[in-house]
Design a protein around this ligand. Sequence first.
Ligand SMILES: [Zn+2]
Length: 321
Amino acid sequence: MLRFICTLLFIFITFQTQGWGFYGHQKINEHAVYLLPPQMMVFFKPHIRYLSVHAPDADKRRYIIADEGPRHYIDLDLFGNYPYAHLPRRWEDAVAQFSEDTLLSRGIVPWHVMRTYKLLINAFEEKNATKILKLAADLGHYISDAHVPLHTSHNHNGQFTNQHGIHGFWESRVPELLAEGEFDFFIGKAEYLKYPEDYIWNRILESNLACDSVLLFEKNLSEQMRKDTKYAFEERNGKVIRQYSAVFTRNYHEQLNKMVERRMRMAIFSTASFWFTAWVNAGQPDLSILIKDGIETNHEELEKINNAWQSGKAMLGRQED
Ligand SMILES: [Zn+2]
């Protein structure tokens, strides 16, 4: 019996260790394509599957690349109080003030978004189809992580407030249950970002402000609902797992005034706008000539990443367990 419970617990824990969840990341990159202007759509639309399938690659890389972990979050609350005016927004200034080691230990997502964005501009300038798609997929991933409130908090999995598991609940369980049938993905068009650095910091500050509600409503609801209605055992990929029940999930979503949907929509808009801005700042290269270029896939590397992800723990950075 004990072994059975341990197995269930293990499955429950491993289920919730993935950024927005693979599903969320894939949806965000996919929907972002539809916000692009025709000059970009001509190249991005034929590769929409690539952008979606490879959206979670950055999370998988945490299992084989030591530097990958801190790129997905920032523990802003370790830098004082909102709006963290003493934390320099530019990487060089932040390093000078806090040291690179300190920053890496607290997460570097805003700076890594900017780094990936600049590499994407270079890829557009080089008109390198493979690089453009790989970097666009990664950029969408990091931007999306920056929109998740608990990716900006030291209490990233409710471990200090006795709310263990809330991380995966917010970013995986809610969208996986509700996005397909109920989220509104009509978002409009990508916009040119005059100040991309300010833009991503503002999204991160928004995420950080939302942390209180993310935690508070889960706590309130847990007190209101009986424990046996909070969780449910459901089959997933042939395995029985314990997860937050559908009724608890729906209640939480409504109490948060659809925050998960709002953040997901914003992540889609931000991703498309960053892709668009990178293309404009690269001089609006003609992407129609790239369609004929095949995408070079490093199958060996992908297999390594997939195997490591399926079998192990992330090398560095934290797990949401
Ligand atoms: Zn991530």
